[in-house]
Design a protein around this ligand. Structure first.
Ligand code: PLP
Length: 393
């Protein structure tokens, strides 16, 4: 058995130290559980940055990936593929009806870069409006669109063509969204900012402004998409006043851990995109496509959307018992537990009790992004541990 110390030392020696890691050597996963090399198991309420939507190693997804790897690992978009055709058809079939085409890439930041590019191509305009608190990725255009904490600064010199508005404040959007603006892009629930949602009327007002001024509306659903809110997408749902954008971007849980991103695009946007306008070597590769179809099937077969809604209600009810939780933000399984005090020591206390959670850029908010198959009995384990962590037992 390789020990925690040996693995830690080796990673620290050979991998660039870009993340503060938890002292866990992850070896195996099953559903909501991560098994470490020292034999401990952890209840995973973070899903490896919201990736494990179907849970770890869902058998249907693993089988589909395994079968695909035995047939063809990869061929690019220069040929047709039944696996790719099925994935595109399946993804479009669950999308809001006006979004009729999929573009596949490999990550969230790439999906956002391509969405912004499509908006610029479709409108012939240059500027993109994004919001304070939004996170859109770390490549040049996406990080320049990210007005959260230090991120934009990390990407300096930023690329031109970015304007900032305040999330939830339509007047601030009106003030910048003139006829130089190609797109307004928003993270409908700002996750990293501390799980912040706007009023339903805000999404409606942004949609109306876009229609009025010929601006493309992009929802970055890299976190909120693929069932996380208890619906397939935030777009078209109740908290957005049923608003549907012109483009939705996806990644994270779309491939259950196989890297894949996507843009779902309206017919109107698609009509402006010609051969060679966009491209990618790996996007639409067969293993990723097999993972996408199987992920969506697993969510359907196991009725995970219903599960998210039911278990969210149960979790909210149980959290009412804990007076230190002053507010529960978000929707479905993208939840921000707001504490009167700092969340970091609670995150650490939970980890000592073998529960993985996330923090955010709001120091008082603990983030939960569990697999969509989390059960009420798992919630009981969490609430018990949280109670103990808060008592310092
Ligand atoms: C809302 C949102 N958009 C975009 C991204 C970037 O995705 P990726 O890390 O796959 O490039 C993230 C990643 O955390 C995200 O949360």
């Amino acid at each position: 058995m390789v020990t925690l110390d040996e693995t830690t030392a080796t990673e620290e020696q050979y991998q660039l130290a870009t993340y503060k890691k938890m002292p866990v050597v992850a070896e195996r996963g099953e559903g909501v559980w991560i098994y470490a090399s020292d034999g401990e198991r952890y209840l995973d309420l973070y899903g490896g940055h919201a990736v494990a939507g179907t849970g770890h190693c869902h058998p249907h997804v693993v089988k589909a990936i395994r079968e695909q790897t035995e047939k063809l690992l990869f061929y690019s978009n220069l040929v047709y593929s039944e696996t790719r055709a099925r994935a595109a058809e399946k993804l479009v079939s669950i999308a809001p009806p006006s979004l009729t085409k999929a573009f596949f890439c490999n990550s969230g930041t790439e999906a956002n870069e391509n969405a912004m590019r499509m908006a610029r191509m479709a409108t012939g305009r240059g500027q993109i409006v994004t919001f304070s608190g939004g996170f859109h990725g770390r490549t040049a255009d996406a990080i320049s669109a990210t007005f959260l904490g230090k991120y934009r600064e990390i990407g300096q010199p930023n690329v031109p063509g970015h304007l900032r508005a305040e999330f939830g404040d339509i007047d601030s959007v009106r003030a910048v969204a003139d006829d130089s603006v190609a797109a307004i892009m928003l993270e409908p629930i700002q996750s990293m900012a501390g799980v912040c949602m706007a009023e339903p009327s805000f999404y409606r007002q942004v949609r109306e402004l876009c229609d009025e001024r010929g601006i493309v509306l992009i929802y970055d659903e890299v976190q909120t998409g693929v069932g996380r809110t208890g619906e397939w997408f935030f777009a078209g749902g109740e908290p957005s006043d049923r608003v549907v954008p012109d483009i939705i971007t996806l990644a994270k849980s779309l491939g259950s851990g196989i890297p894949v991103g996507a843009c779902l695009v309206s017919e109107k946007i698609a009509s402006h995109i010609k051969e060679n306008d966009l491209g990618t070597t790996f996007g639409g590769g067969m293993v990723a496509m097999a993972a996408v179809t199987a992920t969506l099937e697993a969510i359907e077969n196991d009725r995970m959307l219903e599960n998210v809604r039911g278990v969210e209600s149960y979790l909210r009810e149980r959290l009412r018992e804990i007076k230190q939780v002053v507010n529960v933000r978000g929707r479905g399984f993208l939840l921000g537990l707001e504490f009167a005090d700092k969340a970091k020591p609670i995150h650490e206390g939970l980890l000592e009790r073998k529960i993985i959670t996330g923090t955010s850029s709001d120091p008082s908010v603990l983030r939960l992004l569990p697999p969509l198959c989390l059960k009420e009995s798992d919630v009981d384990v969490f609430v018990e541990a949280l109670t103990q962590a808060l008592r310092g037992e």
